[in-house]
Design a protein. Structure first.
Length: 148
């Protein structure tokens, strides 16, 4: 149903007729992979151990019904939607960065304060004559640049 409807968020009770909320999360991940919508789990009784398991399993939020008001529920849904939106924006930004970093015609590197290479593009490797793997094991002081 999620593939057909593409919901923005799923709100489920922890106790479902055929499974519990954790089993639902696992089934959702199995069927949809990384494209699954955020899930908010509601429960009658708060159980810290289950709440931790739910969050580790990918639940976006875990709410105890007796502590949840209409306003707090609305805020929880809004927060989950905003977090999802920001996460998607970050993923898109990371993709754009990777394309730019890897496809430019100049050598680019991220170097730590200690001089250790953190990230290098292929063009820089071509310029200095080292493979990416080699550079990432060295520091700025360790390399020698070939003279042409």
């Amino acid at each position: 149903m999620c593939r057909q409807q593409s919901p923005d968020v799923i709100v489920i009770d922890y106790l479902l007729p055929d499974m519990n909320g954790l089993e639902f999360l696992n089934n959702l991940k199995t069927q949809l992979g990384q494209t699954n919508p955020p899930v908010i789990i509601l429960t009658d009784r708060g159980n810290e151990q289950i709440a931790v398991q739910a969050m580790k399993s990918g639940a976006a939020d875990y709410l105890v019904k007796k502590n949840t008001t209409p306003v707090s529920f609305q805020l929880a849904v809004q927060n989950v939607l905003e977090k999802t939106r920001l996460s998607r924006q970050l993923e898109e930004s990371e993709k754009r960065f990777q394309v730019t970093f890897n496809c430019v015609a100049v050598g680019i590197a991220h170097v730590g304060l200690d001089g250790k290479w953190l990230l290098v593009n292929q063009k820089l490797c071509d310029i200095v004559g080292y493979s990416c793997e080699e550079l990432l094991t060295l520091t700025l002081k360790d390399i020698t640049i070939p003279m042409t």
